[in-house]
Design a protein around this ligand. Structure first.
Ligand code: IMP
Ligand code: MG
Length: 193
């Protein structure tokens, strides 16, 4: 298989599509540190349960909780919404449920990116069924112009334009999650806007 450059190269080619460096590793880590500190202040004297949405949020979840100076627990849910393409399928189903009891707990849902809001809208309703004490949503990225569903995001890393991005957990056809920085599809590629 081809080797890929996981460092902060200025651009990467995926097939004949060009992706350019958009959010470098240092900028991501600096913002995640701020989010972790903010959550630490707001959950002082609580023991939050961080619930990551697989697969995209796994790196963000790891780096976020390393910046939360509180006792906390983690769990993961997996939804399936995007297929292997760049366009949302418009429907969502759960393929891995929670493994812990969140009744009476302070839940922080950790998402990589909110696009149409479909996944987060589904999760918000799902969480309420479990009767947690509170639910907040943190998303590393938000595409405000793509929102179609009602979704309240409490902590946002970066608001970005409605362009396709990869890296740092975000995939393109299941690959490129291991890039340390986030890359955006360049203007002159299809779907690059
Ligand atoms: P939503 O349900 O439309 O808000 O889409 C959310 C999910 O779609 C995210 O959890 C991602 O897995 C995926 N997604 C949305 N935009 C992108 C993108 O630009 N790159 C990679 N995955 C994306
Ligand atoms: Mg995701």
């Amino acid at each position: 298989m081809p080797r890929i450059n996981i460092d902060n190269s200025e651009e990467i080619m995926i097939g004949d599509e060009r992706f350019v460096l958009y959010l470098p590793e240092e900028q991501l880590q600096a913002r995640i540190k701020e989010l972790g500190e903010e959550i630490t202040r707001e959950y002082e004297s609580k023991v939050p349960v961080f619930i990551g949405l697989l697969n995209g949020s796994f790196l963000f979840m790891a780096d976020l909780i390393k910046n939360v100076a509180l006792d906390c627990e983690i769990d993961f849910i997996r939804l399936s919404s995007y297929g292997d393409a760049k366009i949302s399928s418009g429907s969502v189903k759960m393929v891995k449920d929670l493994n812990c009891d969140i009744e009476g707990r302070d839940v922080v849902v950790v998402e990589d990116i909110v696009d149409t809001g479909l996944s987060i809208n589904y999760i918000e309703r799902l969480m309420e069924n479990h009767k947690p004490a509170s639910v907040k949503i943190v998303s590393l990225l938000l595409k405000p112009e793509s929102l179609k569903y009602d979704a309240k995001i409490d902590y946002i890393g970066f608001k970005i334009p409605s362009k396709f991005v990869v890296g740092y957990g975000l995939d393109y056809a299941q690959k490129y999650r291991n890039l340390r920085s986030i890359y955006v599809l360049s203007e002159n590629s299809e779907n690059g806007v």
